[in-house]
Design a protein around this ligand. Structure first.
Ligand code: HEM
Length: 112
């Protein structure tokens, strides 16, 4: 009985895609997606689609700094703006869409 309930509950939970199952995205593909208007960022070498986070971000529009860039340092507070909670990190597991493969030395690490 308990097992059945657990199975039913599991169907309601949205599990994150395992990292090893994600496709890869090169620097060129990332840039192309940004040019196409996608709202993507890179955190910890994973590409995240943050289009649904942007309008709901507790920190406001400053999150727009992340679009088209590597936002790892911003996210972990290394740029002295804000160090996110574990809850925010957990949230990120649901927005990842690809493993980032750096294929050109573009300035995606540059953070302003
Ligand atoms: C890209 C993925 C991001 C996610 C999922 C995210 C999520 C969140 C969440 C959940 C909070 C609430 C507090 C917490 O749980 O830590 C928060 C607060 C905040 N975030 Fe982000 N954030 C992101 C990116 C950024 C970036 C790139 C910046 C800065 C450049 C930023 C700046 C802030 C600030 C300043 C707050 C504090 C708001 C306050 O309490 O006054 N966030 N963010």
């Amino acid at each position: 009985m308990k097992e059945k309930k657990l199975q039913a509950l599991k169907k309601l939970v949205k599990y994150a895609v395992p990292i090893e199952s994600l496709p890869t995205m090169t620097t060129e593909q990332f840039k192309q997606a940004i040019d196409d208007g996608k709202q993507l960022t890179i955190i910890d070498d994973l590409v995240h689609n943050i289009d649904e986070i942007i309008p709901n971000h507790p920190g406001g529009d400053i999150i727009l700094k992340a679009v088209g860039k590597d936002a790892t340092d911003h996210f972990y507070g290394r740029t002295k703006i804000y160090k996110h909670s574990n809850a925010a990190s957990n949230f990120l597991s649901n927005t990842r869409i690809a493993r980032y493969v750096k294929t050109s030395s573009a300035d995606d690490k540059k953070q302003d």
